[in-house]
Design a protein around this ligand. Structure first.
Ligand SMILES: *Cc1c(COP(=O)(O)O)cnc(C)c1O
Length: 649
């Protein structure tokens, strides 16, 4: 358990290390939902329950193996846990068909071999059905007691597992429910407040979109189910691909990548394969402007390319002179430019077509990072700007919940010349072109189970609805920029003084004048009941706000008013009324324990700490912990498990 706890914390902090060419990971989409589900499975069942489940699956496999042995069907493995490989020379496909008739899918390894796995959803009837598909008649009753185990003694686990109290505490539904509720109450999630994280598009995940994910036909489909059993899913996948081609202006889409960053890797592998096919083996340099998302550089390195950073001008746009210089200097080694559009600075760069032309003239391909498509859908198509390939983030623009909410889908979309180099899959001929670059994720269609969310979103919105959503997303970002601009300088804007889907609030001058930092403002927002915007990305010392079309005017105003009130508090620090080291900002967030303590020595009242605006009296989110030293915590992972001695006796 200690190891697992450390791993969880380590994963939680990895996003912090996406630092362009210094990045250690290119994934920022969390798999938290899956981690939580697996964790809660263990919390509910505990060590005993998991052991019982495992022993049962193993017993079924052992009984099946014994029945095969008695009937002369060769079992290839000497040892097993839950999976057997049976040999039926020349007969594998016929046996698999007979099993399918009985409601069970076996894995056809080749013409002679079948794979059979048992799990906790199976009972003895599954063993009998499989036997019958093989033409085996055996006695369950007899074998149940006599079948030998397939686990070698040396591999039997003897040390205890899941010793933390959490794995034995919740054994009634009441207790479990309350435990989950307690955890959820600590979370400042979308069900309480807007989460204005710039570059993350935390928009509405509508109930209608989410519901199909729970349907048996979707939720319980095996990723390698035979193609003739998944025609409905394939149709949905094709329709979604077609819609995404129409939206982006590209010719082909692969839904296999599980994250935007995986889409980037897939797109860059396609570019490399394209160059190689033309004999250009040395085209391995990827130019990346400093305004690009941090994953881009990390993906380029993963794809075996080297990264050269292109400068941006004062307005945050790609510096065309520097781009030309770099393209010339790179010469025949130029593989690609990766440009984020609209840029992570939150502006539509007017020179995007010129940028594409310069790179094409140098023999490179243009990778346009389309994770920010929320500002483009229905209004403009990256495939028509001159770009060759983009990824989209269905878990941003197309409503799949993400962040703490679950797995992503980062489709990669390409123009026709790159289509032969999209991902494919050795176990599924339909999952990509035969000439493809191989699998980019384990399952042929990646996170297929959540595709209905985006399919439903597009179907319900229609072309007009999508266009309206984009316009609203741009409008809300500009509304926030216009309301907050007089209080916090907006760092970048386009030629007409407008932003795209997000705006960067520059707190650096405020810090110079008052000592109040972005961290202080972010933490203080929790006292006001808000999740902080993106901090110090892509520019250190700034906050990046992306409101999205999903937020109502009332919620936008609530946020703007909180930010304006915080600006007023900063002024009181600046004027010396509140000391720089003892004020509501640097002490934020204030927990219930803080404000109800017997002693209160701060120069501002408890009321200012907890209820800085009136409405909070009706609906207050209490931060569960006060300020911690986040950087220190990231670098000094500590296991919060009870010490080993606590388990003595
Ligand atoms: C979110 C984002 C990514 C990375 O997507 P993941 O799914 O987190 O890997 C890449 N580029 C941009 C512009 C993004 O906003």
């Amino acid at each position: 358990m200690p190891r697992a706890a450390r791993l969880r914390l380590a994963l939680q902090t990895r996003e912090q290390h996406i630092r362009r060419e210094k990045a250690t990971s290119n994934v920022c989409t969390a798999q938290v939902l899956l981690g939580v589900m697996a964790g809660m499975y263990a919390v509910w069942h505990g060590a005993d329950g998991l052991r019982r489940i495992a022993e049962r699956a193993h017993r079924l496999a052992s009984v099946a193996a014994a029945g095969f042995g008695d009937a002369g069907v060769e079992v290839c493995n000497d040892t097993w846990f839950d999976t057997l490989r049976a040999r039926v020379p020349g007969g594998a496909r016929a046996v698999a068909a007979a099993a399918a008739d009985r409601g069970y899918n076996l894995l056809v390894v080749d013409d002679d071999h079948l794979g059979i796995s048992f799990d906790e959803t199976h009972g003895p009837e599954a063993v009998e059905a499989v036997w019958s598909a093989f033409g085996v008649t055996a006695s369950l009753d007899a074998l149940e007691t006599t079948a030998p185990s397939g686990i070698p003694e040396a591999l039997e686990r003897t040390e205890p597992l899941l010793e933390h109290a959490v794995f034995s505490r919740y054994r009634t539904e009441h207790e479990m429910l309350r435990y989950l509720r307690r955890l959820a109450d600590r979370d400042l999630a979308l069900d309480r407040t807007m989460i204005p994280l710039g570059s993350c598009t935390m928009k509405l995940n509508a109930t209608t979109e989410m519901e199909p994910v729970t349907w048996n036909e979707v939720a319980n489909l095996h990723p390698f189910a035979p193609v003739d059993q998944v025609q409905g899913s394939l149709r949905m996948i094709r329709e979604l691909e077609t819609a995404l081609c129409a939206i982006t202006g590209y010719d082909a889409v692969s839904l296999q990548p599980n994250a935007g960053s995986q889409g980037e890797l897939a797109g860059l592998l396609a570019i490399r394969a394209y160059h190689r096919q033309k004999g250009d083996h040395d085209r391995t340099v990827c130019l990346i402007p400093s305004s690009a998302h941090g994953t881009n550089a990390a993906s380029a390195v993963m794809a075996g390319m080297s990264v050269t950073v292109v400068a941006c001008d004062r307005d945050g746009n790609v510096d065309l002179d520097d781009l030309r210089r770099q393209v010339d200097a790179t010469g025949e080694r130029l593989a690609a430019l990766m440009v984020t559009y609209p840029s992570t600075h939150g502006v539509f760069e007017e020179e995007i077509r010129d940028i594409c032309e310069i790179v094409h003239a140098g023999g490179g391909q243009v990778y346009l990072d389309g994770a920010n498509l929320n500002a483009l859908v229905g209004l403009a198509k990256p495939g028509e700007f001159g770009a060759d390939v983009s990824h989209l983030n269905l878990h941003k623009t197309f409503c799949i919940p993400h962040g703490g909410g679950g797995p992503g889908v980062g489709p990669v979309a390409v123009r026709a010349h790159l289509a032969p180099h999209l991902p494919n899959h050795p176990l599924s001929g339909e999952a990509g072109p035969a000439s493809g670059v191989g699998p980019i994720s384990a399952a042929p269609w990646g996170s297929a189970g959540i595709l209905p969310i985006s399919w439903v979103y597009i179907a319900l919105m229609g072309a007009d609805g999508l266009r309206m959503a984009t316009k609203l997303a741009i409008l809300t970002a500009n509304y926030v920029a216009a309301r907050l601009g007089p209080h916090y300088p907006v760092l970048y804007a386009g030629a007409k003084g407008r932003v795209a889907h997000e705006c960067i609030l520059d707190l650096r001058p405020i810090k110079d004048a008052s000592g109040v930092t972005v961290d202080d403002v972010a933490k203080r927002l929790m006292d006001y009941g808000f999740h902080a915007p993106t901090m110090s990305f892509p520019v250190a010392g700034t906050l990046m706000v992306e409101p999205t079309e999903s937020e109502s005017l009332a919620e936008l105003d609530r946020f703007c008013e909180a930010m304006i009130a915080i600006r007023g508090e900063i002024e009181r620090v600046e004027s010396g009324e509140w000391p720089a080291d003892d004020n509501p900002l640097c002490n934020a967030p204030h927990t219930a324990e803080d404000v109800t303590a017997d002693g209160w020595s701060h120069p501002y009242p408890r009321e200012v700490a907890a209820f800085p605006v009136r409405e909070l009296r009706n609906a207050k989110y209490w931060p569960p912990v006060g300020r911690i030293d986040a950087a220190h915590g990231d670098r000094n992972l500590v296991c919060a498990c009870p010490p080993v001695e606590a388990f003595a006796g």
